[in-house]
Ligand binder design. Structure first.
Ligand code: HEC
Length: 103
């Protein structure tokens, strides 16, 4: 590869990185949106329950559980709750943050 081609490639690479970084961090931080998309159908839009299964994700079930416990429930599911194995660790972390803010 000539020096010039390498230089151009590096510029494009840095440019892509600059675009990708804010996008991915914005996505990972948005636990509330992840919750609305994945969880609200069963747990209600504020974790209050409702929906066909009427389970509250918040209140007593969250209090006293560590972040790791909650992450495990999200990743592995629990009884009739389906597992969300496709969520990244960052997504799960944001989700745990979002549901811990619910009362
Ligand atoms: C298909 C319906 C359904 C969806 C979608 C769902 N859940 Fe659940 N969830 C349940 C049910 C049912 C339980 C009760 C499980 C049990 O204890 O038997 C539960 C329990 C929980 C608990 C309490 C676990 C415990 O150990 O007591 C948390 C926290 C939770 N869900 C979070 C979430 C989050 C976060 C999402 C989105 C990623 C989600 N749920 C999506 C049905 C669902």
């Amino acid at each position: 590869m000539s020096k010039r081609v390498r230089g151009v490639t590096a510029v494009i690479g840095v440019g892509l990185l600059a675009i990708a970084l804010p996008l991915s961090s914005a996505r990972a931080a948005d636990g509330a949106k992840l919750y609305a998309d994945n969880c609200a159908s069963c747990h209600g839009d504020k974790g209050q329950g409702g929906g066909p299964l009427n389970v509250a994700a918040s209140a007593k079930t969250i209090k006293g559980k560590s972040d790791a416990d909650l992450a495990k429930v999200i990743k592995d599911g629990k009884n009739t709750m389906p597992p969300f194995a496709s969520l990244s660790d960052d997504d799960v972390k944001s989700l745990v943050g979002a549901i811990k803010k619910m009362k």
